[in-house]
Design a protein around this ligand. Structure first.
Ligand SMILES: NC(=O)c1ccc[n+]([C@@H]2O[C@H](COP(=O)([O-])OP(=O)(O)OC[C@H]3O[C@@H](n4cnc5c(N)ncnc54)[C@H](O)[C@@H]3O)[C@@H](O)[C@H]2O)c1
Length: 316
């Protein structure tokens, strides 16, 4: 199979490229390096079965040229503005990199008759529904971030393009993903801050924000497991883990792994870390479990592993 991974130089996308190549697929990686890095894919450069295009996917003609040349069998759409905090001050970046990229990809798939899509959606589409166990049929999706809105809009586009053009679309809504090559988020921030000042740690919010964290290899395994399942239209799964980890617990784990004692935690206060943050939510995973996939690591285990990965990465 020739697999196009859009956003393939990013954190999750680069792990997906590794896994698709390990399954003997040819990978066409498309990225504009707005957030992804060459470092994430440097071990793949030069391989005959790995083709890289530096292209801004929000520009249709540039993307079309790649489709024209490569004619992929399957598109994995991982591109987005994944930095939710950054888009709070610049919503246009979500329109361009999260929503428009989806439209352009679907438009090219329609034109070049590509029949299979994977889309990386997010728990952020549900909005702040902290007292509800969120399942795939939860009604009244009300995102509270521009990012969540652009992803929900993307899901709507996928629904229509899938129906109109017989595209089989696999959509995963997942929570925070962590692991090697992580470039932002609470674990990354805390390690950075503690490296600068090992005596004191500023924690956004009250530290009780509690969310599920999924280890990247678990998520990639789920994508590979379901990618070839024949179905019509859109198939949607919540992909997540059992358990959830609070922000203060993350700080405790990092301090322990960095061997730091008596660090003073300074909370900025409030339930959310920032405007648009959903302080806690829980996922119903019955559908994906019944379909035969379960995460190997719990949320706390994923956090521990990621802290170790990140510290090892820094030492190298
Ligand atoms: N990391 C998470 O916790 C998480 C959770 C839920 C959903 N997701 C989704 O999973 C996907 C991958 O996330 P990630 O954490 O690897 O983020 P990432 O930022 O590392 O990867 C996204 C990639 O898309 C690229 N990109 C952005 N705009 C582009 C454009 N206009 N043209 C070409 N490339 C473009 C970036 O350069 C980057 O390499 C994203 O769609 C994200 O929204 C991530």
């Amino acid at each position: 199979m020739k697999a196009m991974v859009v956003g393939g130089a990013g954190f999750i996308g680069s792990h997906l490229c590794d896994a698709l190549l390990a399954e003997n697929n040819v990978v066409v990686c498309v990225d504009n390096f707005s957030l992804g890095t060459r470092g994430n894919i440097k071990h793949l450069l030069g391989r005959d079965d790995f083709i890289l295009y530096e292209v801004d996917v929000s520009k249709e003609t540039d993307l079309e040229a790649v489709f024209e040349k490569e004619r992929p069998d399957y598109v994995f759409h991982m591109a987005a503005n994944s930095d939710i905090q950054a888009s709070a001050s610049n919503p246009e970046v979500e329109y361009r990199n999260t929503y428009t990229t989806t439209f352009m990809i679907l438009s090219c798939m329609r034109k070049y008759h590509v029949g299979k899509l994977f889309f990386a959606s997010t728990s952020a589409v549900y909005g702040d529904k902290r007292d509800i166990l969120l399942d795939e049929n939860t009604p009244n999706l009300e995102p509270v971030s521009y990012y969540g809105a652009a992803k929900l809009g993307s899901e709507a586009l996928i629904s229509a393009f899938s129906y109109m053009n017989d595209i089989q679309a696999l959509v995963f809504r997942f929570p925070n993903v962590i692991g090697p090559r992580l470039t932002h988020g609470v674990i990354f921030d805390f390690i950075h801050k503690l490296t600068q000042n090992p005596r004191q740690l500023e924690i956004l919010g009250n530290g009780r924000q509690t969310k599920p964290y999924i280890y990247v290899t678990d998520l990639v395994r789920a994508i590979l497991q379901f990618k070839d399942t024949e179905h019509t239209g859109v198939t949607l799964y919540n992909a997540g883990v059992s358990g959830a980890t609070s922000v203060t617990t993350i700080a405790d784990i990092i301090c322990e792994e960095m061997d730091l004692k008596d660090v003073e935690y300074r909370y900025t206060g409030g339930e959310s870390g920032w405007k648009g943050d959903v302080p806690r939510f829980s996922y119903c995973l019955n559908k994906i479990h019944a379909a035969g996939w379960k995460a190997e690591y719990t949320s706390d285990e994923a956090v521990c592993r990621t802290v170790r990965d990140n510290l090892a990465q820094r030492d190298r």
